[in-house]
Write a protein that binds this ligand. Structure first.
Ligand code: MN
Length: 280
């Protein structure tokens, strides 16, 4: 079975005295562990080739990191705003636009849910403690994999389906969050203080799921429900490979006079309700 390629948005950080391009290893391990091939796309390649870079991939993972520049949603920066990276903002907005145009499946994590919401016209809390004080500390001083507050998921949602539960206690280290939800998104997960922790895309749009917590930090635990998020992304991406490959096999075998041999994969794809052309 061919492994789908999952574009992973990277970061540029200073490390040992020089700027380096990469991403937290947990994202790479989580995608690979789910059967995908992670392809790290760096903002250094520029927004002009974002769409071209995605042509070689069947899915997109938007990762965590800096605060999104509030000018993207028409607000002045709060004094509590964290560090921003405008080049990364622009690159990821271009990646997301290209993914949406190509109907690629998209998984957003932490900054990813925020960037998706902003890209689709929503706004953010720039700083939860000062703008929306509540009983829950969303950025406690605890290990990255520590499960610290409850999240309830909407029954029947993509999030609940992928995670296989309707209530869980994920990790939490974020000081921003979705404020006004973009019209093209559906809130599907909330912490007990009402902060949006998961969103689905609309059913008629390409597969999109995003969470405010960091499921990649749980991937080493084989029992963690969070592994289901990466499996769901990879399975959605794999559908695009199946759709693209079936016509080619049909043509090859048909030319050799082996129609019976190709009828089965074509029929199986049809039984799954998949268009043979959609992913081409
Ligand atoms: Mn949280």
């Amino acid at each position: 079975m061919t492994a789908p390629r999952i574009a992973v948005s990277g970061v540029v950080r200073d490390w040992h005295g020089a700027p380096r391009a990469g991403v937290n290893a947990a994202y790479v391990s989580a995608v690979a562990g789910a059967g995908g091939i992670p392809v790290i796309l760096s903002q250094l390649i520029g927004i002009g080739v974002a769409a071209r870079a995605l042509e070689g991939c069947e899915g997109l993972l938007l990762t965590g990191g800096e605060d999104v520049d509030p000018t993207h949603y028409g607000e002045d920066p709060s004094p509590a705003l964290g560090s921003v990276d405008r080049d990364r903002d622009r690159f990821e907005l271009a990646l997301f636009a290209a993914a949406r145009a190509a109907r690629l499946p998209v998984l957003g994590i932490c900054r990813g849910i925020q960037l998706i919401n902003v890209a689709l016209g929503g706004t953010l809390y720039q700083d939860l403690p000062s703008e929306r004080p509540g009983a829950i500390d969303h950025d406690p001083d605890s290990p990255r994999h520590a499960r610290t507050h409850h999240v309830r998921l909407a029954p029947g949602s993509r999030a609940a389906h992928a995670l296989g539960v309707e209530r869980l206690v994920p990790n939490s280290f974020h000081h921003q969050a979705v404020k006004d939800l973009a019209p093209a998104l559906i809130a599907t997960g909330w912490s007990d203080d009402g902060v949006i922790e998961a969103v689905d895309g609309r059913p008629e749009d390409a597969w999109l799921l995003a969470v405010q917590w960091h499921p990649e930090e749980m991937h080493v635990d084989v029992t963690a429900p969070e592994r289901g998020l990466f499996s769901a992304l990879v399975e959605e991406a794999r559908k695009r490979l199946v759709n693209a490959e079936v016509p080619e096999r049909a043509l090859d075998a048909g030319a050799a006079g082996k129609e019976d041999a190709v009828a089965q994969p074509v029929e199986r794809a049809a039984q799954r309700g998949e268009s043979l052309r959609r992913g081409a």
